[in-house]
Design a protein around this ligand. Structure first.
Ligand code: FES
Ligand SMILES: [Fe+2]
Length: 374
């Protein structure tokens, strides 16, 4: 599906970044566009929900609110991890909250219908007199799930396959650099409520154009030379090399600084001299707010090099500096004094310019256009 070429006050979004005006500001403000994004992007894409080490045992579960839907993920007796809508099939009470470990079954807190970890309805109290009542008709509604280098993804589209999301290619790329990722565990989870559209935050992560200006300390960490990239249909990967002598980090120089993005809302980074992986997701919360959550994964050994430095770099530089940038941009997008700008793209189409930003916006427009004729 080719995107409708949308226009704003200054001009049209174009296929070629050098010729294109940026997404008009209504894409960051209008409730109708936001509703379309939930339906056509978030309810049809692979969304990150956690890691297999969050669910170590039979009955371990976690709950999430993804794309506006209550989700339950549980490890069953057969060792399989399964996802369901977190909704009782009797009268719709939410079944579980938070995270934890269950013994044997899921019990609804309202009238105590009981479900197995495979979603089967095991027991429904006092239903002997209910005519034609078959527990087999009231299984929990399943959701597609895929495990990618230990990371758990779900997709609310029942027809989705990991191929649609390039998930296997993305997995190979992560395992190439972090082969132990399936055994990593989340050491810290941060959560930030941000007064900006989710795309403003993804936009910010997609371009290195702002780094020398807005993150001068971070800019000293890597070389501009020797950047390599791999662009899949749904993911991107960039590898930069680190400079030695960065004050907070034991870096030897030439160590890789890795970033990935996965459509639509996932950004991952692995800093030089550290085996950690920071997984960032931006979940929409209305047109002008989002929840940014960061999970910091590290290898199972207790002593993990540079873990504290990664955390403070992340909390101080990425978050303090970036949140103020994106909230300022959201206020500007809502101003009568702004509608569109231009993509600043260098001759190599590099990460240090806004080439990936244009690509991301193209994907948004394609997804919104898809199904318009349904
Ligand atoms: S709503 Fe769950 S048992 Fe009634
Ligand atoms: Fe930034």
């Amino acid at each position: 599906m080719v995107a409708d070429l949308v226009s704003g006050e200054r001009g049209a979004f174009a296929e070629v970044a050098q010729e294109s005006f940026t997404l008009p500001s209504r894409y960051y403000l209008e409730p109708e566009i936001h509703a379309q994004e939930i339906h056509k992007i978030f309810q049809r894409s692979w969304l990150y929900a956690g890691h297999v080490t969050d669910l170590p045992d039979e009955g371990s579960y976690l709950t999430e609110d993804l794309a506006g839907q209550p989700i339950l993920i549980v490890r069953a007796k057969d060792g399989q991890i399964r996802a369901f809508f977190n909704v009782c099939q009797h009268r719709g009470h939410i079944l579980l909250s938070g995270r934890g470990r269950l013994k044997g079954r899921i019990v609804c807190p309202y009238h105590a219908w009981c479900y197995g970890f495979d979603g089967t309805l095991l027991k429904a109290r006092l239903t002997d007199n209910v005519s034609d009542f078959d527990t087999g008709d009231f299984r929990l509604k399943p959701i597609q799930l895929a495990v990618v280098a230990g990371l758990i993804f779900i997709n609310l589209d029942p027809e989705a396959t990991p191929k649609d999301g390039d998930l296997r290619e993305f997995e190979a790329s992560i395992l190439d650099h972090l082969p132990e990722m399936p055994h990593y565990a989340a050491r810290h989870r941060f959560e930030f409520d941000i007064a900006a559209n989710w795309k403003v935050v993804v936009d910010n992560f997609s371009e290195g154009y702002h780094i020398p200006v807005a993150h001068p300390k971070l800019a000293t960490l890597y070389n501009k030379q020797g950047v390599s990239s791999r662009l899949g249909k749904r993911y991107s990967f960039y590898q930069k090399t680190a400079r030695s002598g960065f004050s907070d980090f034991e870096t030897k120089g030439d160590e890789p600084y890795l970033t990935w993005t996965l459509w639509p809302n996932l950004c991952l980074l692995s800093l030089p001299g550290s085996p950690q992986l920071v997984v960032l997701r931006m979940s929409p919360n209305g047109p002008e707010r989002c929840l940014e959550r960061a999970d910091i994964y590290s290898p199972p050994e207790l002593e993990s090099p540079n873990l504290e430095a990664v955390e403070s770099l992340f909390a101080d530089i990425f978050n303090r500096e970036d949140i103020s940038l994106v909230e300022s941009v959201q206020r500007g997008l809502a101003s009568l004094g702004y509608d569109q700008g231009r993509y600043v793209v260098d001759s190599e189409d590099s990460w240090f310019s806004e080439s990936a930003l244009h690509r991301f916006h193209r994907q948004v427009l394609d997804a919104l256009a898809d199904g318009n004729q349904d």
